[in-house]
Design a protein around this ligand. Structure first.
Ligand SMILES: Cc1cc2nc3c(=O)[nH]c(=O)nc-3n(C[C@H](O)[C@H](O)[C@H](O)COP(=O)(O)OP(=O)(O)OC[C@H]3O[C@@H](n4cnc5c(N)ncnc54)[C@H](O)[C@@H]3O)c2cc1C
Length: 395
């Protein structure tokens, strides 16, 4: 079999790349997914969408939001978005004061977790005492909360996998060949050039461009062709909780500034407890997605539930009905690593988390590079060559 463009991975990244290529070329595009599309990180995502991050990310998210607006208006499958805002609470008076100063002064790198920067307009500081005067949060105990930042312009995709399906349906309408349950076993090379892939069934496919969008498998696949990625992993466990009573209000997501825990609503009657150790690139390692247990480690489970009990006591008796452990890919500077690598014909799409929000712009950038031989708008901030010791074949 020959094709022109081959994509490894059918998560949100591979799906967006397939869609963007399909909108621009009639040349054959083939996508390989070792399982069902979007059944890995994309499925396990909390899928929040919010305008924080540096200017590059802000602009990428605007592109993504515009495209998702088009998708929701005329959808092929069943994506859903819920707007709810996020409240980042501090239980330490010193941090609460710094939050307040950051808002008054207009930015503080200490609050990187909130991603202050380019988009600072819709963030409000709330003193502990005024939280319940300004927001409807009946079950929240505001006593331990010394201060909080509220970002209203944040929501979440209820079923992020549906967004990947949406990309794929549209890509298929334009001729993309999607092979589910087809794992790529090898990327073939000749000299300094990628030439195709071999599937686990032994089928060889010649390709002009191999695009690796394999989520947590990216590092291993890239290494197999001699490309080292500045990408590490952190564990991303989730507990799904079901309270006894359905609530008749929508809580914002609540993130605890002093710990890695956050609480999110998932549906009418389910909440998630998530764990994100943050931007810990130097201390992080690589996790093996093939052997990762789906069970949330006991310590994280207990700490998360205990904190939830402190901040939202009404939920303390909620039952854990589901759990999983995803892998968050992270980069040294919090931006994705996208596009050309040192191996000609082998491109990469790897995120620093945030893939649900950034995949649309990433798909567009890859299409620009492989179809137009043009680095694209975000090259300086997304190319692997921005890091010391890394190059792409064009630099
Ligand atoms: C718990 C959690 C919470 C998150 N919260 C958010 C959030 O709030 N907002 C946000 O924007 N992002 C969030 N993220 C990050 C976001 O979900 C990811 O960045 C995004 O889903 C990654 O998509 P992907 O397509 O790169 O990877 P994946 O979805 O993992 O897709 C990669 C695909 O490649 C396939 N594959 C691997 N190897 C091969 C092979 N050899 N051959 C064929 N196929 C292969 C896999 O089966 C997989 O389906 C979160 C992630 C987690 C885990």
């Amino acid at each position: 079999m020959t094709s022109k463009y081959g994509i490894i991975g059918g998560g949100i990244a591979g799906a967006s790349i397939a869609y963007h290529l399909s909108q621009r070329t009639d040349d054959p595009v083939v996508l390989f997914e070792r399982q069902s599309p979007a059944s890995e990180t994309t499925y396990k995502s909390v899928a929040q969408y919010g305008f924080y991050g540096d200017e590059t990310q802000y602009r990428m998210k605007r592109y993504g939001m515009k495209l998702y607006n088009e998708f929701f208006r005329d959808h092929r499958v069943n994506p859903r978005y819920t707007s709810m805002g996020i409240l980042t609470v501090s239980t330490e008076p010193d941090n609460a004061r710094r939050m307040q100063e950051a808002i008054q002064k207009g930015g503080d790198s200490y609050f990187g977790k909130m991603g202050m920067g380019f988009d600072r307009d819709l963030v409000e500081y709330l003193d502990g005492g005024e939280i319940k005067e300004k927001l409807l949060l009946p079950p929240v105990d505001d006593e331990p909360i010394k201060g909080a930042l509220f970002r209203p312009k944040v929501g979440y995709m209820d079923r992020p996998q549906e967004l990947a399906y949406e990309f794929l349906e549209r890509a298929k309408e334009h001729g993309v060949d999607v092979h589910s349950n087809t794992a790529v076993a090898e990327v073939t090379t000749e000299g300094d050039q990628a030439t195709g892939v071999i599937t686990e069934e032994g089928e060889e496919i010649e390709l002009d461009e191999v695009i690796c969008a394999a989520g947590p498998w990216n590092t291993e696949i890239a290494e197999s062709v001699g490309v080292e990625l500045p990408v590490k992993h952190t564990m991303a466990p989730i507990l799904v909780l079901q309270p006894d009573d359905q609530s008749d209000y929508t809580l914002p997501a609540i993130s605890h500034f002093e710990s890695p825990y956050a609480f999110h609503r998932r549906s009418e009657d389910e909440f998630l407890i998530g764990y994100n150790p943050g931007d810990v690139y130097d201390d992080a390692g690589r996790l093996d997605p093939n052997t990762m247990s789906e069970k949330v480690p006991e310590e994280i489970r207990n700490e998360g539930i205990e904190l939830l009990g402190k901040l939202v006591p009404d939920l303390i008796d909620a039952k854990v009905v589901e759990e999983w452990v995803g892998i968050r890919s992270i980069t040294p500077d919090k931006n994705p690593v996208v596009g050309w690598t040192e191996l000609e014909g082998f491109s990469i799409a790897a995120f620093h988390t945030s893939g649900i929000q950034l995949a649309p712009a990433v798909g567009k950038m890859i299409a620009t590079q492989v179809l137009d031989d043009d680095p694209g708008d975000y090259y300086e901030n997304l190319s692997i060559a921005r890091f010391d010791g890394y190059t792409d074949y064009r630099t």
